[in-house]
Design a protein around this ligand. Structure first.
Ligand SMILES: Nc1ncnc2c1ncn2[C@@H]1O[C@H](COP(=O)(O)OP(=O)(O)OP(=O)(O)O)[C@@H](O)[C@H]1O
Ligand SMILES: [Mg+2]
Length: 360
């Protein structure tokens, strides 16, 4: 629509064109505003009806429905952006797959979900609902899972941006693509915008080359713009490498919370194990023993273990043509072959990061 010369009319030309189309004469400064809305309305009507609607029809329809037309246009535009950005609806149930004892569930509940859901109570007590947060922690600890679960529980749409998507047009274009994505996202309402592998676009500028620096700078500009918006958008950024982020990115005022996502305790493992056990064809299982055996396992390790067990069971039955039940013995055989991601060393580093970088 930007190439359309109709968009470049002078105020007087707007007055005359609208007069010609509708028979109504508006002051030039009002006509300019009306004209841009009429063009949007023409596009909206054409999209809705699936055919190109003439200017006269669009102009008259717009003037007749002047009150609701801009709102309708906004809603329609949002729908378009949502599908373009691959917005997903997440089930509320996802939140229940996370045990109450799994950090940071309770923290997220208190600091993120309640202030966003109880808006007027937040306002009454001067609590500022969060707009931008960071999750950090070792791979596979459930950061992405948490973000989706938040979207589910808020009943907001979930949009994921992976930096590799921004690289599609070459490295030089990452900054521009990031700006464009963020501009689009700012038009949306009730959306959780998730940026994974956040260090790719927010790395420290000390060590970076020129292009990397410009991407980090662009991102630094985008956060306050997003925070100024009145609509409900929660930006969540996740990283495995919190130490590599630019210091300016982590300064108070940019992100509302910086939240560590670490290992699972017994209860956390039990909840996830129960979930995955329900997907298998099981016989006698010793859950306590399994919880014991999976110390140091992340949710991703548990998922991997269950994939191995499922394949084993499948192949057994295929070979013997007899019902194969997964039992405690199956797990005793297979679990030692899966190495826990959270070694003492990884946990130690994560704990240091938690002390140095957390802000909740
Ligand atoms: N509470 C949970 N219940 C069931 N499955 C879970 C749970 N938490 C995470 N998972 C599963 O574990 C796997 C790893 O989780 P996720 O992808 O969220 O980790 P991550 O921290 O984002 O990893 P990375 O740092 O590599 O991006 C996923 O397949 C996810 O579905
Ligand atoms: Mg992830």
């Amino acid at each position: 629509m930007n190439d359309n010369p109709l968009e470049l009319l002078s105020p007087e030309e707007c007055t005359n064109t609208i007069l010609e189309l509708s028979g109504v004469e508006f002051e030039p400064d009002i006509a300019v505003d009306l004209w841009s809305n009429i063009l949007k309305h023409k596009w909206l009507l054409s999209e809705k009806l699936g055919r190109d609607v003439g200017l006269r029809t669009a102009c008259i329809d717009f003037l007749e429905n002047m009150e609701q037309a801009p709102d309708e246009y906004l809603t329609y535009q949002q729908k378009n952006i949502l599908s373009e950005m691959g917005a997903q609806t997440i089930s509320r149930k996802m939140w229940d797959t996370i045990s109450d004892s799994q950090p940071p569930k309770q923290l997220v509940q208190r600091r993120i979900i309640m202030p966003l859901m109880e808006e007027s109570l937040s306002l009454k007590h001067g609590v500022v609902p969060p707009k931008a947060i960071v999750f950090f922690g070792p791979p596979g600890t459930g950061k992405t899972h948490f973000v989706k679960a938040i979207a589910g529980v808020l009943a907001w749409r979930y949009i994921e941006i992976v930096p590799s998507m921004l690289m599609a047009d070459g490295v030089e274009k990452i900054g521009a693509n990031l700006r464009e994505v963020m501009e689009k996202a700012r038009n949306l309402d009730e959306v959780v915008l998730f940026i994974d592998e956040f260090e790719e676009i927010a790395g420290s500028r000390d060590m970076a080359d020129r292009i990397d620096k410009s991407i980090t700078n662009e991102f630094l500009k985008q956060i306050p713009l997003l925070k100024e918006q009145q609509n409900k958008i929660l930006l969540v950024c996740a990283t495995n490498y919190i130490r590599d982020l630019d210091a300016a990115m982590l300064r108070p005022g940019r992100f509302d919370c910086i939240i560590p996502v670490g290992g699972l305790d017994r209860e956390g493992r039990t909840t996830i194990l129960e979930h995955y056990l329900s997907t298998l064809n099981t016989g006698q299982i010793d859950l306590d023993r399994l919880v014991e055996m999976t110390s140091g396992f992340t949710p991703a390790d548990i998922q991997y273990l269950f994939q191995q067990v499922a394949h084993f069971a499948f192949e057994q039955e295929l070979a013997t043509q007899k019902d194969y039940l997964v039992t405690a013995e199956t797990f005793i055989d297979i679990t030692p072959k899966v190495l826990p991601s959270l070694s003492d060393e990884v946990i130690e580093e994560f704990e240091k990061d938690s002390v140095n970088f957390s802000r909740v």
